[in-house]
Write a protein that binds this ligand. Structure first.
Ligand code: UN1
Length: 477
């Protein structure tokens, strides 16, 4: 089997490799992907540093053309790249193709943003002096991405980094190197100068740690677990490094008595179980008022019966497998914890076997949960959700906000008054009314509050905040 290698200083390199396994069929090896060393990572950082002066001064048209070409190629290859994504991560083929389209759109968006770079010219408070405020590239950016969005998250970090003139050392999640390799290959062929984008696949403890220890990374943008995010933060203070962290969620979805039941069930089922619940924007706390509670639970249970858990590439599959054995163990451990804590298992909870050996778990719904249980406070990152019964809207809002996290927050209601109040008072970076908590647009800011996020927003024009540094220049006229 050929090895998909790392790209360092414009050269494909690396003889050490690991197997990329399909979670829908663990007998299938998706490919062999390089596993970089500390020395490889050091070389990548040095190459990015050397490439920075020229790339930071490159023309905006050159950046536009490269980003546009990448977006166009990803779109042209959406079915093939979507299938690769579904094979390595396990989300269903339609979800995977949708994510690939999103990645293309992100490149197209930042191709446009490159042409819209602007600053401000303002008068000084002193006479005969002019002031210019401009944004300059930050420097070498470390990009560390998670396994759950193998193409969209790399795209939404790489595209703005390049758009604003930065160079990159990119470490994708070990479980899903395939889509990352494909994006880097596409950008490399689109004409990026050597060293501007370096790919180092491999272990967090080696590649990631070398990145954290480097004084040469001006910024790190990270999406992943709370624990690793904290390590990125602590190591970055020492190097005076800018950071952007997207970590966990324990997102609430409030369902009020006046909700349209079918809208509420669609939004809740999507939020909790699509993409196998493996989204930081997933909802795992369904906070339901008394008057609709029993009808909602009955309708959710009926809905869950109709969802097929199977091979990600099979037509008719609604929920793919869990990503790997470790995550499956986390999910089943939490299911046991939920039972012990006294929540009632209303649906699912069992492993399932299919034609191919994979990590198949039923969508799992607990009822009679309280917001103090561990299953309501800790991020599980699997197809497991709990229903928490509350008296009224006021209690629902209080419970929704009573969490260490604050990424996304949803409400199902037909009341303008409650929807408006919730939008103002939900302690989250994103609020969804009559929509799933997950599934965001590519051109508007993404991010959260409290334990979910740290640093400025990703996506849309707000991405400039992280990927640039501001200069204020004074001139005597
Ligand atoms: C989405 O819900 O559309 O890791 C995106 C995650 C998020 C992305 C969610 N950063 O799940």
């Amino acid at each position: 089997m050929t090895i998909y290698q790392n790209l360092i200083a414009g050269e494909w390199t690396g003889a050490e490799a690991v197997e990329n396994i399909n979670p829908s069929d663990t007998k299938e090896v998706v490919g062999l992907y390089a596993s970089g060393s500390a020395a490889d990572t050091g070389n990548a950082i040095a190459a990015a540093k050397a490439a920075f002066p020229a790339w930071s001064r490159s023309g905006i048209w050159e950046r536009h053309v490269i980003l546009k070409k990448a977006g166009d190629e990803i779109m042209a290859r959406k079915d093939e790249l979507g299938a690769l994504l579904a094979r390595e991560e396990g989300k269903t083929l339609p979800e995977a193709i949708g994510e690939t389209i999103r990645a293309s759109q992100i490149f197209e968006f930042f191709a446009g943003e490159a042409l819209r770079l602007a600053g401000e010219v303002v008068p000084s408070v002193r006479p005969n002096i002019g002031v210019e405020i401009t944004r300059e590239p930050l420097g070498v950016i470390g990009i560390i991405t998670p396994w759950n969005f193998p193409i969209a998250i790399p795209a939404w970090k790489i595209a703005p980094a390049l758009c604003y003139g930065n160079t990159i050392v990119f470490k994708p999640a070990e479980l899903v190197p395939g889509c990352s390799w494909a994006i880097v290959d596409i950008l490399n062929r689109a004409g990026l100068p050597k060293g501007v984008l370096n790919l180092v696949m491999g272990k967090g403890s080696i590649v990631g740690q070398t990145m954290l220890d480097s004084p040469d990374l001006a910024g790190i943008t990270f999406t992943g677990s709370v624990g690793t995010g904290k390590r990125v933060a602590v190591s970055s203070i020492e190097h005076n490094r800018k950071i952007q962290l997207e970590m966990g969620g324990k997102n609430p979805m409030v369902v009020l008595d006046d909700a349209d039941l079918s809208v509420a069930v669609e939004a809740a089922a999507n939020s909790a179980f699509f993409s196998t619940g493996q989204r930081c924007t997933a909802s795992s706390r369904l906070i339901v008022t008394e008057g609709i509670h029993d009808r909602f639970v009955a309708a959710m249970t009926e809905k869950l019966k109709t969802l097929n858990v199977d091979h990600a590439l099979k037509t008719g599959t609604h929920i793919g497998p869990v990503v790997d054995e470790r995550q499956l163990k986390t999910d089943t451990d939490y299911i046991e914890i939920g039972k012990k804590e006294g929540a009632k298992l209303a649906f699912g909870g069992e492993l399932i076997s299919r034609d191919t050996p994979g990590f198949y778990l039923q969508p799992t719904l607990f009822t009679e949960a309280t917001n103090q249980m561990r299953i309501s406070r800790e991020e599980i990152f699997g197809p497991v959700a709990s229903v928490i019964r509350v008296k009224d809207y006021e209690e629902a809002l209080a419970v929704a906000n009573d969490t260490p996290f604050g990424l996304s927050s949803g409400i199902a209601t037909t009341s303008l008054k409650h929807a408006t109040h919730f939008k103002r008072n939900a302690e989250a970076g994103m609020v969804m009314v009559n929509l799933p908590t997950a599934g965001v647009d590519f051109h508007v800011p993404f991010g959260g509050r409290k334990g979910s996020s740290y640093g400025s927003r990703e996506q849309g024009k707000y991405a400039a905040e992280f990927f640039t540094t501001v200069k204020t220049a004074y001139t005597l006229a």
